[in-house]
Design a protein around this ligand. Structure first.
Ligand SMILES: *Cc1c(COP(=O)(O)O)cnc(C)c1O
Length: 431
């Protein structure tokens, strides 16, 4: 299997695609075609474990680049937590993607990426640079923690992440270093880019970025669409997935699953007020905008990076997009109301992102009048957004032990002003 940049100027293998992340022409790597799974796989799907599904799906994308035994070992390490489909109401299920170490769905992608990078770097020391506005950084840190040969530098904006997020970034120790930058997220991202493109640093070290566009984060996110299907197929109804979307990586992975043969009836791309994609499907015009701040802040994205991948899947044709995807945008007010309703009627607590996905299912149901099973992807544990959830529901949210454990640990960070030279000096002298 070859991997080709969405901008068509670069073609490579999976190993290089993963180690580089972004193609030199600025595009995102895509497999040259989406592999098909055979009839027997689907017939047997309800009998497979999540790990077995993961192995079969990943194998299609990785081919001979890794042995079956190594791949199985990696999949078993990555998916060492449950992803249950919990019934909320008669026809709505919540696929809880938040049972990993940092309690957000990004654990799935980040853990797989970390292990694949480590495998393909063959023990050569590597420095991973990641700028974060909060959640991605902790999933990346957790994914790489203790991975031999790899040093991780997380750049985060001082005072601009929540107290719990900060603990999740700064308390690892070992091969994870937190760089606390006295600036904004954009400053952190700019510094990360400067580091990655600096000649002197590139001569001294093997540098790579752990950003959200790496193909190794996308592949494992397709596993759980098959897994949800395996569990809900027996209901004998068509299945609709609602995906709370920001950069649209999660949704793109679902599109991969469908192209591989999974009979998904429809995808709903649910967004907050950052509505570039819903607008695009309505008008046919793609217009990036500055992002707006909302209560579902992991989806505050004004120029979704995976749009390039979706375009290539749909041959740049809006009508093809529309055949697979409905997309709706919802306000914070509507989101809060959904959180309150679902708690009151069904006793289930949604985090703000899951609530946006819930609204997507509701709206689709009103519009289509179809009889279907709706699956919302619940991308974060409500306790990760405890301030919002408690404010909306007017009740105390229990903090799981896994998150509480971070709170108890000591913060360790190195502070910098927005100054590339001092960060560079640190990287060279550190150890
Ligand atoms: C990142 C994130 C999303 C958005 O996922 P994309 O793949 O960027 O669309 C949704 N919810 C939570 C909690 C997230 O952390």
């Amino acid at each position: 299997m070859k991997y080709i940049s969405t901008r068509q100027q670069e073609e490579t293998n999976i190993k290089t695609a993963i180690l580089k992340g972004l193609a030199d022409d600025g595009g995102l790597f895509m497999p040259e075609y989406i592999p098909q799974l055979d009839f027997e796989f689907f017939e047997n799907l309800p009998n497979l474990t999540l790990q077995e599904i993961g192995f079969r799906v990943a194998k299609e994308f990785l081919g001979e680049s890794i042995s079956d035994d190594n791949l199985k070992e990696i999949i078993n390490e990555v998916l060492n937590f449950e992803i249950p489909a919990i019934k909320i109401s008669e026809n709505i299920y919540s696929l809880e993607l938040f049972h990993g170490p940092t309690m957000a769905f990004k654990d799935v992608g980040a853990r797989f990426m970390a292990r694949m990078m480590s495998y393909f770097s063959e023990g050569k020391p590597m420095k991973v640079i990641a700028a974060t506005s909060g959640d991605t950084g902790s999933a990346v840190a957790s994914g790489f923690f203790g991975v031999p040969g790899i040093e991780v530098y997380i750049l985060y904006p001082k005072g601009k992440v929540s107290p719990l997020q900060e603990k999740q970034l700064t308390t690892w120790g070992g091969n994870i270093k937190a760089l606390e930058i006295d600036g904004t997220f954009d400053d952190c991202q700019a510094l990360a880019k400067q580091i990655l493109s600096n000649d002197e640093l590139n001569q001294k070290f093997t540098l790579t970025s752990a950003n959200s566009i790496n193909i190794a984060r996308l592949i494992p996110q397709s596993f759980y669409y098959f897994w949800a299907f395996a569990q809900l197929q027996k209901l004998g109804k068509s299945i609709v997935f609602s995906v709370p979307s920001g950069n649209f990586g999660n949704l793109t992975a679902g599109l991969f699953a469908k192209k591989m043969g999974l009979p998904v009836h429809r995808f709903i791309a649910s967004t907050n007020e950052n509505d570039v994609i819903p607008k695009f499907l309505e008008t046919g015009n793609y217009e990036a905008k500055p992002s707006k701040q909302t209560i579902s802040n992991a989806m505050d994205v004004g120029n979704p990076s995976n749009f390039e991948r979706m375009k290539s899947l749909f041959n740049n044709d809006v009508s093809e997009f529309k055949k697979e995807i409905e997309s709706y945008s919802f306000s914070d007010e509507a989101t809060k109301k959904a959180m309150r309703n679902v708690k009151k009627e069904f006793g289930y607590i949604l985090d703000p992102h899951g609530a946006v996905a819930y609204l997507g299912l509701e709206k689709y149901s009103e519009k289509s009048n179809e009889d279907f099973v709706g699956v919302l992807l619940e991308t974060a544990h409500p306790a990760k957004f405890v301030e919002v959830v408690e404010d909306v529901l007017k009740e105390k949210v229990e903090i799981p032990e896994k998150l509480e454990a971070f709170n108890k640990k000591e913060k360790q960070s190195v502070e910098f002003s927005v100054d590339f030279e001092s960060v560079k000096k640190y990287l060279i002298e550190e150890k």
